[in-house]
Design a protein around this ligand. Structure first.
Ligand code: FES
Ligand code: FES
Length: 166
């Protein structure tokens, strides 16, 4: 039996225009109602830092972006509901030469690097809110970011060093 024939009600896909501000630039595009913010930012707008490591299940943090000052999982947000929002990605954080970038490189916080943009976005949101975090604050903030290469101890060192330079 096909999925359609299994008695599951389907919600029709609609499309609507939205406006986003990403890293200070304004974008206007038409999005389908089932597109995630991760898909729109990565595939439609070209912000390729935003990874999908858990196939959009909300489990890894690799898709983290900062929206209205808070870190969010972009794979768990529907783009159509993000109209008018202001978003920051690692591309913007790097362009601004935030101390996190140098600290992440200096302390070898990445092996394959796939998880790194999500960690940096989460760390940036932490430092924006708390410029003098403790190691426990950093661990708590980064608790939702997973790294399959096991780089965890390096992130705390790098974020604390970046905090001393913010
Ligand atoms: S891709 Fe969003 S949490 Fe894993
Ligand atoms: S550096 Fe490879 S998943 Fe984190």
């Amino acid at each position: 039996m096909s999925r359609e024939g299994a008695g599951v009600a389907t919600v029709p896909v609609t499309e609507a225009p939205i406006k986003l501000t990403v890293n200070g630039e304004k974008y206007e595009l038409s999005v389908k109602s089932n597109w995630t913010l991760q898909y729109v930012l990565h595939d439609k707008l070209g912000f390729t830092s935003i990874k999908d490591m858990c196939t959009g299940k909300g489990e890894c943090g690799a898709c983290t972006v900062i929206m209205e000052g808070r870190p969010i999982l972009s794979c768990m947000a529907l783009a159509i509901e993000c109209g008018g929002k202001t978003i920051e990605t690692v591309e913007g954080i790097a362009r601004a030469n935030h101390p996190l970038i140098e600290a992440y490189v200096k302390h070898h916080c990445m092996q394959c690097g796939y998880c790194t943009p999500g960690f940096v976005a989460t760390a940036k949101a932490l430092l924006d809110k708390n410029s003098k975090p403790t190691a426990d604050d950093v661990k708590e903030a980064l608790a939702g970011n997973l790294c399959r290469c096991g780089t965890y101890p390096q992130h705390v060192i790098a974020v604390l060093e970046a905090a001393s330079k913010v």
